[in-house]
Design a binder for this molecule. Structure first.
Ligand code: GLU
Length: 462
């Protein structure tokens, strides 16, 4: 039974990078009749943000990647929040078990000592790593320190002078020199576990994760996790480290360059189908080279093996293009519903919808091929010609009388009237947009004005 998960920390709306991983998880689970679950990694109280867990669900639901098991849905491998698992004493139990098995040890080094060590390593240009000081304490020394109530942490015992060979599904086998791997902290002095112990090993094992899909920033930690699975004698999951999404300058995709939270895409009027399609293509390509495909199709053809381990650059323009394609391919009735939903809190456009109810389908049809996001619809259709100069007002007046003379209100006659007025006044075409719409470009005016009707058009000309 395939079991895959995302393990977000509740810090706000999900980052696109999380959605990108969830997409692979979801597709793989569906393809194999498996389960996709969410484990909330909330043991770091300093980073905890109230309400963030609900935002994670909202983001995933919006993009259509709803999980099978999670804190909100329950499931047989709960609890699904690490804070609750911590309260049950799970992590400490396994940290102690690892000591028993010879894979970990107590470390009583003080903060001051560690700080000193780090400084001297830095001055000597050595890698800053724990020097294994407590690794050889005798049983008696340990007992004594524990009975005196000395503060301790628990560290992983990394074997010396060994090659640790690990495997990643998309990168193959990778070898690490054990002497370059630190005796990582597994349990902190406050009794809370680190990611290495809690997430990567204990929870993924207990929750029967079969494929660990996570960002490639975790790849350097893989040998530590590998060792722990071996010390525990547990079967390892298959590891898949997804390539990091990058800014144009190849740095990690960040707020400084772009919009990383899914909420921005929701508010801008992107369609979830387009987001899914775009994210799928970041590091994977369709076997037939297709650019546009549904989630169902993605599930059918997706395989982890086809992910390319090179950092994909996030390209907002391409995403917008793709979103425009999805908008164009949406049936008018459905697009109309989507627009109503998108603008449900916008009174101005709501009254536009009401006033033009009978023309709405035609208007949408006209705007459909020119909008890349739902948000752009408003700018294309709601006209607000204000702040005209005296000269512009004069032009508007002339245009109005030209329009008033039109007997049959259709786009050909509207176009002729426009041509006529441009000829007699010598004005440029964008002045027509300015006095009719308040903008300097937009939908083809004769088509739009025909739909809006003579009365409505004249009303806007003052
Ligand atoms: N909480 C970890 C993170 O946000 C999860 C990584 C993982 O999926 O294992 O990076």
């Amino acid at each position: 039974m395939v079991r895959v998960r995302i393990a977000p920390s509740p810090t706000g709306f999900p980052h696109l990078g999380l959605i990108y991983q969830a997409l692979f998880d979801y597709a793989f689970a569906k393809k194999n009749n498996g389960k996709f679950f969410i484990r909330i990694e909330d043991t770091d109280r300093a980073r905890f943000v109230e309400g963030a867990e609900d935002k994670i669900y909202a983001g995933l639901d919006w993009v259509g990647l709803t999980e099978d098991e999670s804190p909100r849905k329950g499931g047989e491998f709960g609890p699904y929040r690490q804070s609750e698992r911590q309260a049950m004493g799970i992590y400490k139990k396994y940290a102690l078990e690892l000591i028993e098995k010879g894979g970990a040890y107590y470390c009583f080094c003080t903060k001051e000592r560690l700080e000193q060590l780090r400084k001297s390593q830095e001055t000597n240009h050595q890698p800053t790593m724990y020097d294994k000081h407590c690794r050889n304490l005798s049983k008696e020394e340990i007992e004594k320190k524990l009975s005196l109530g000395e503060s301790y942490i628990i560290r992983l015992k990394v074997p010396e002078n060994k090659t640790i060979e690990v495997e990643d599904l998309i990168r193959g086998k990778i070898s690490f020199d054990s002497n370059l791997i630190e005796d990582a902290v597994l349990l902190k002095a406050d009794g809370f576990p680190t990611y290495h112990l809690a997430s990567s090993v204990v929870d993924d094992h207990l929750m029967q994760t079969t494929h660990v899909v996570r960002g490639e920033e975790w790849l350097p930690s893989l040998p530590k996790h590998w060792l722990m699975y071996e010390y525990f004698g547990w079967e390892k999951p298959i590891f898949i480290h997804t390539p990091t999404i990058r800014n144009p300058d190849k740095s990690k995709f960040s707020k400084r360059y772009g919009h990383t939270g899914v909420d921005w895409y929701i508010n801008e009027g992107f369609l979830p189908e387009a987001i899914r399609n775009y994210l799928a293509l970041l590091s994977w390509s369709h076997p037939e080279g297709k650019e546009i495909f549904s989630l169902e199709e993605f599930i059918e053809v997706f395989d982890f093996k086809d992910i390319k381990p090179v950092g994909p650059v996030f390209d907002l323009e391409k995403l917008k293009w793709m979103n425009g394609e999805y908008i164009r391919n949406t049936k008018v009735e459905i697009l109309s519903d989507k627009l109503k939903e998108f603008f449900k809190d916008d009174d101005e456009i709501k009254s536009f919808f009401k006033e033009n109810a009978s023309k709405m389908d035609q208007i949408i049809l006209l705007a459909q091929s020119r909008m890349k996001t739902l948000k752009e619809f408003k700018d294309l259709v709601v006209y607000n010609p204000t702040e005209l100069s005296l000269q512009e007002k004069d032009f508007a007046k002339k245009l109005k009388s030209e329009f008033e003379n039109i007997k049959i209100w259709n786009k050909d006659n509207i176009l002729n009237a426009m041509r006529e007025i441009l000829k007699t006044t010598g004005a440029k075409g964008n002045l027509l947009y300015k006095v009719l719409t308040g903008k300097d470009k937009g939908l083809p005016l004769p088509d739009m004005l025909e739909i809006l009707g003579k009365e409505e058009t004249l009303k806007n000309l003052h």
